[in-house]
Design a protein around this ligand. Structure first.
Ligand SMILES: NC(=O)c1ccc[n+]([C@@H]2O[C@H](COP(=O)([O-])OP(=O)(O)OC[C@H]3O[C@@H](n4cnc5c(N)ncnc54)[C@H](OP(=O)(O)O)[C@@H]3O)[C@@H](O)[C@H]2O)c1
Length: 398
């Protein structure tokens, strides 16, 4: 089928587009900005049509001739400064997309939501699609995804178009030109001189599996249903141990109480406001530490969804972070990457100079090789810093 993909310039959208092409579908990228055809992993590019999420007429024109739309575009960010934008884009944008898809005569819409809408537990138990976000701490982003799901299903009912909801867990890997809070989890640990870990945990999944999972739902998802797209449930200690092992760094050294994550985030936000950078951690995200964001993907597995182990997802995240501008030179030079990281992604060393973010180590045809910088104010991103000399490649393990 011919599939329109919003957010095809982002991590999930790029992997979704790549997986759709691999399954014999034709993809049209619907983006907010004009530009050349959008590169996806595997060396392909896809045609681009421009339509802001706020403009249902432009969206309807962009969807013309397609059979379905997969709506991956959203603001995935934490922190009070972006709370309003998160609500507006994620909820109103989704309503516009479903409305426009129905007007354009499409057969179905797959909306990318998030596992956080199914809540979290104090105990290490996996939650399912039948669970709900309760009265635990919920950043504005979580609330926006709950509202997004309701808006998508309601618009589907009103306009008579089937809507399927995809609920990825913490997505690691790439490609990315803008650091998402998920890969920021790995980066934060690399930059933490104390290499601390915390109680609780999350479910991590490789971006490639989430892309393929969207195709499963596109082809076989039941209208009106939610599907968790997760990988492996891990404690923070297990996740941080994996990062240490794959990055060749000692740790984790100590497990801090959950409240200390909030304190660290408060200091990080204060420092970021002084230096006019985006904070790498925020108090609202840190307020979730200590709980278990563990999920079962059994329902999606029944449709044929499969995911690789957490170790491979972490290796992919490190492979992208190791060449991203978000990783400072001092941290990059301290890495002793495990061979599994190098095999997670084709790394092609290239001089950096003042190259834009993502041009560091182009994977042929990957979005990471597109010549563009980070979006101003992007989640977790830091302002571009001039580079004096190309960074050294992280050394191989001794
Ligand atoms: N990453 C995760 O761990 C994770 C987990 C669960 C769910 N999700 C969901 O997965 C989806 C994609 O997330 P991601 O990780 O791929 O994020 P991402 O890499 O930041 O990509 C976001 C995409 O949305 C587009 N976008 C953002 N604001 C927009 C706006 N105002 N108008 C039009 N397009 C806009 C971006 O376009 P530009 O390139 O133009 O900025 C980009 O293509 C989101 O719905 C997110 O909530 C992500």
């Amino acid at each position: 089928m011919r599939v329109a993909v919003t957010g095809a310039t982002g991590m999930v959208g790029t992997q979704m587009a790549a997986a759709a092409i691999a399954h014999g579908h034709e993809v049209v990228a619907v983006t907010r900005d004009p530009g050349p055809p959008v590169p996806v992993t595997g060396g392909a590019t896809v045609a681009r049509r421009v339509a802001p999420l706020t403009d249902p007429d432009a969206l309807r024109r962009a969807f013309a001739g397609c059979d379905a739309v997969v709506h991956c575009a959203a603001v995935y960010a934490f922190g009070a400064a972006r709370a309003q934008e998160v609500g507006r884009v994620n909820v109103e944008g989704t309503t516009s997309v479903v409305h426009a898809a129905a007007d354009a005569g499409l057969d179905r819409v797959v909306v990318t939501s998030s596992s956080v809408t199914r809540g979290s537990s104090l105990l290490p138990v996996a939650r399912t699609e039948d669970d709900r976000l309760g009265d635990e701490p919920a950043p504005a982003y979580y609330a926006s995804k709950v509202a997004q799901e309701e808006a998508a299903l309601a618009a589907g009912r009103v306009h008579g178009i089937p809507v399927v909801l995809a609920l990825p867990t913490v997505v690691l890997g790439g490609p990315f030109t803008r650091l998402a809070p998920s890969n920021a989890i790995v980066l934060r640990y690399l930059l933490d001189p104390t290499r601390s870990t915390f109680p609780g945990g999350c479910n991590v999944v490789d971006a490639r599996d989430v892309g393929a999972g969207h195709v499963v739902l596109l082809e076989r998802g039941e209208p009106g249903e939610r599907y968790l797209l997760g990988g492996e449930d891990v404690t923070w200690r297990t996740l941080h141990t994996l990062v240490s092992e794959l990055a060749g760094l000692p740790g984790p050294f100590a497990e801090l109480p959950a409240a200390s994550a909030w304190g660290i985030a408060a200091v990080t936000e204060w420092w970021a406001s002084l230096t006019e950078q985006q904070p790498l951690s925020t108090r609202d995200e840190a307020s979730t530490v200590g709980r278990h964001y563990w999920y079962s993907s059994a329902k999606a597995h029944e449709l044929g969804y499969a995911a690789r182990p957490a170790r491979e997802a972490v290796a992919a995240s490190l492979a992208w972070l190791a060449v991203s501008r978000d990783l400072p030179r001092w941290a990059r030079e301290g890495l002793r990457l495990h061979p599994d990281v190098r095999s997670a992604r084709a790394l092609v060393p290239a001089p950096l100079g003042d190259a834009p973010e993502g041009a560091d180590a182009p994977e042929p045809g990957a979005a990471g090789s597109a010549a563009r910088g980070p979006a101003p104010g992007a989640a977790g991103s830091v302002r571009p810093r001039p580079r004096r000399s190309p960074p050294a490649w992280p050394r191989r393990p001794r």
